[in-house]
Design a protein around this ligand. Sequence first.
Ligand SMILES: [Zn+2]
Length: 683
Amino acid sequence: MYRKSINNAFMGIILATMIVGCGPKKDDGSKTGPAIDIANMDTTVRPGDDFYQYANGTWMKNNPIPGDNSRWGAFETLMEENYKQLQSIMDEASTSKDAKPGTVKQKIGDFFACGMDTVKIEKDGIKAIQTELDKIAAIQNVVDVQKHIAYMQSSGISTLYYFYPGQDEKNSNAIIANFYQGGLGLPDRDYYLSDDERSKDIRTKYVIHIGKMFELAGETADNAAKMAAQVMQMETQLAKASSTRLELRDPIKNYNKMNLDGLKKMVQKYDWDNYFKTLGLTKTDEINVCQPKFMKEMANMTNQFPVDLWKTYFKWHTMHTAAAYLSDNFVKENFNFYATTLRGVKEMKPRWKRVLSETSDCLGEAVGQLYVEKYFPAEAKKRMTELVGNLKIALKESILNLKWMSEVTKKEAVAKLEKINVKVGYPDKWIDYTSLTIAKNSYFENVISASRFGFAREMAKIGKPVDRTEWGMTPQTINAYYSPNMNEIVFPAGILQPPFFFMNADDAVNYGAIGAIIGHEMTHGFDDQGRQYDKDGNLRDWWTKEDAVNFGNQTKVLVDQYNAFPILDSLHVDGELTLGENIADIGGVTVSLAALHKSLNGKEGDKIDGFTPVQRFFLSYAQVWRGNIRAEELMSRLKEDVHSPAVARVNGIVYNIPEFYKAFDIKETDKRFKKEADRAVIW
Ligand SMILES: [Zn+2]
């Protein structure tokens, strides 16, 4: 939970997450199946009309979304493999002879076993969170209210705002305190404020959901309905003071550093001394208030609303955080709203998968350590390091060849590129879980213990030097990221599997898949957000005025293209919200294609299955994004996700790339043909 909330709060920091995944192991590229299975294509469609469909049509037709998923593609099918691998780790941990008390294996084994003990969980019911509810019941005044907020934060329970340590945006060697907006039970402020039918409907159902949760906790239906309406009123007020997703993408707007006196002056009627004392913090004189307007309103509200309403609000958020670890009635009610209403998911995942994911989240690097020992081949790291090196060379050349950028800015850009640090597979130094106690007693208590452990570990960083060996994702994660503050790209072991990474396939396939992903992450250092940070990870403008204007003009083409990209008939992609990801996608493909050409030494290369290397490059890129998605999930993501939908990540990109036209003989009469003047060229 802490891990999840911190990831949420880190949204502006780790801005380069990709949602990516792989196919089953048999697609290994050499052993039992081809790296590109042409049976997955739909060759009745012309590549110039709909390349996404052409590359993936038959796969999508033959792979409907299982009832317990909101989407189904390369990522999810690899996730299924991951479940099996993690399951075998859990089994080994819980039966291992070396699982002595206090060892990582004991902790993993007991955490998992506790989550699977449904007899105990059903018997406990709401009592599992009785300690938390008693604490809330004891609140008497506004001082207690503010203290309880600190308590919830330190326990990983969702509350009004986030507090976390992070690198100072303008001095990346220092770790300072950050305040970040929060407090909402719906995924975004827009759900509270938009007038469209879907948002209105979700609001109605959300209030009903809160009411049902209160009823499950023993309130009468009348009381529960009243309490739900009060929560909605408070959250709506918080939503009004919250920044939009677009505003959150602006690092300058979200950088407001001050000392403790500054905080006291800016956010008044809030007992900050007491707050920091509750958190056990003494050195807190460097503070970034990410969203001042929100923090001021939050503090006002703690004084404005009566204490009883805060108790109601805290009770809701405590049940909300705990729901998945409680008895079946809570689990189901929580699922009905958050998975079915918001995402369109029909069935719950089997319990063992849910508990696995939780164990993997709460004991991330403990599980990760066992995962890489068993499933990550050392050769993969070597091959990956070579690929990254080739991509760096290709991106350097493409920067030096840019027509729209001056020599001065190019010099800074190349210096930044050369300084990008690369992490592959797993950390050199693992998190030490010694001080975390996991008992066999209560699933919820174990989750809270893990959250407190994580929070304490984070708090200890304030005022200390930055630990550059740390990872922001666990090794078992099927994803990758770029961190602008660290100026580094990170590829967990989880993503180094087919169809992203093939140990033995031809270069074209690897450059189209993992190569484009490496390029994507590198390009994040130079997208509309990333370009505002320098080689040392500091928020500093190193661009000439003219180059910044040119960059804006080049990227504007992409904004307009995506704004016009239709989704579900009448909706569109948000071209501004997704700009950073779209720049990274187009940059990733362009640079990786250049790297492929270098590996072919200027030759065309041999055909495989009738396709040239360049054709296979594009097919491989497209197959990474194959997938089906439920309408509800798609609509939610259009509001919340900085990434474009999969179809747009393919069709929104390839028709901008000149070589794609040549490779697939795209004609002016083809549906998606773009005149050269209309194409986006950035990196
Ligand atoms: Zn990204």
